[in-house]
Design a protein around this ligand. Structure first.
Ligand SMILES: *[C@@H]1O[C@H](CO)[C@@H](O)[C@H](O)[C@H]1NC(C)=O
Ligand SMILES: *[C@@H]1O[C@H](CO)[C@@H](O)[C@H](O)[C@H]1NC(C)=O
Ligand SMILES: *[C@@H]1O[C@H](CO)[C@@H](O)[C@H](O)[C@H]1NC(C)=O
Length: 217
């Protein structure tokens, strides 16, 4: 290979490697962080030193915070993320979990996880559930108790409770820090220049203002 080609190859490798990678493989059985850390809302996951494993106990690997749902937001949705910030025993294991509850008619707005595929299990309820692929095809149907659906990594997905009682869903991620971008908030609640949004969505200044008020965090 010529030097020029080698340089291009290396640049491509450096550039594309992170988008193909998953969480790194652990180099030890487990790594309970020494100090409680705070990764739930940060895209960047900083490595933290592990506690001395000789004082680990079974309780470091048990999490009991999912027994009850949180309180519903305005969309009739509530979620509890089980990531290493909540459950330090998960750290470095390349997985995390979520409990989501939907009130009757409640919606988990279109969102995606940049770093993980999610598999969702319906514990209770009837849920219109789906995702959109990169050709804008929608794959959606109503799934019920005992059924699972997979949302491929990085694709926009959504859920709505179409039954007549609250729904409970458990989701599992192949990253300890899947990240979540909710489309309405990312677009209308993030401070993108108004002129751009008006053009992109064909909105008047007044309509945009309404959406911004609704979705500002
Ligand atoms: C975690 O991070 C958030 C946002 O960066 C901050 O508001 C919060 O106080 C932090 N919590 C702890 C326990 O450090
Ligand atoms: C284990 O040691 C760490 C300090 O390295 C300490 O913070 C923690 O409380 C200890 N845990 C137990 C169960 O003794
Ligand atoms: C971990 O704790 C054990 C028991 O207290 C001790 O013998 C060992 O040296 C510690 N290891 C490290 C790396 O600090």
């Amino acid at each position: 290979m010529s030097l020029k080609l080698t340089v291009i190859f290396v640049i491509c490798l450096i550039h594309f490697y992170p988008t193909m990678s998953s969480d790194p493989d652990p180099v030890q059985d487990f790594c309970i962080p020494e100090t409680k850390h705070n990764s739930s809302r940060t895209a960047r996951f900083t490595e933290v030193p592990c506690r001395n494993s000789s004082n680990a106990t079974v309780d470091d690997f048990v999490f009991d915070g999912l027994k009850r749902p949180g309180s519903f937001n305005a969309m009739g949705f509530t979620g509890i993320s089980v990531n290493p910030a909540a459950f330090p025993g998960l750290n470095t294991l390349g997985m995390s979990f979520v409990r989501a509850d939907l009130d009757v008619g409640g919606v988990n707005v279109p969102h995606y996880h940049p770093r993980a595929t999610e598999i969702a299990f319906v514990l209770e309820g009837m849920v219109y559930s789906g995702f959109i692929d990169s050709t804008n095809r929608v794959f959606a149907k109503v799934i019920g108790k005992g059924e699972v659906m997979v949302y491929p990594k990085g694709l926009v997905h959504f859920q709505m409770n179409v039954g007549d009682s609250p729904a409970t869903i458990y989701g599992s991620f192949n990253s300890q820090n899947p990240g979540t971008e909710k489309i309405p908030i990312a677009i209308f609640g993030s401070g993108i220049k108004g002129e751009l949004l008006e053009k992109a969505f064909g909105l008047s200044a007044k309509e945009l203002e309404m959406l911004r008020r609704k979705f500002s965090p």
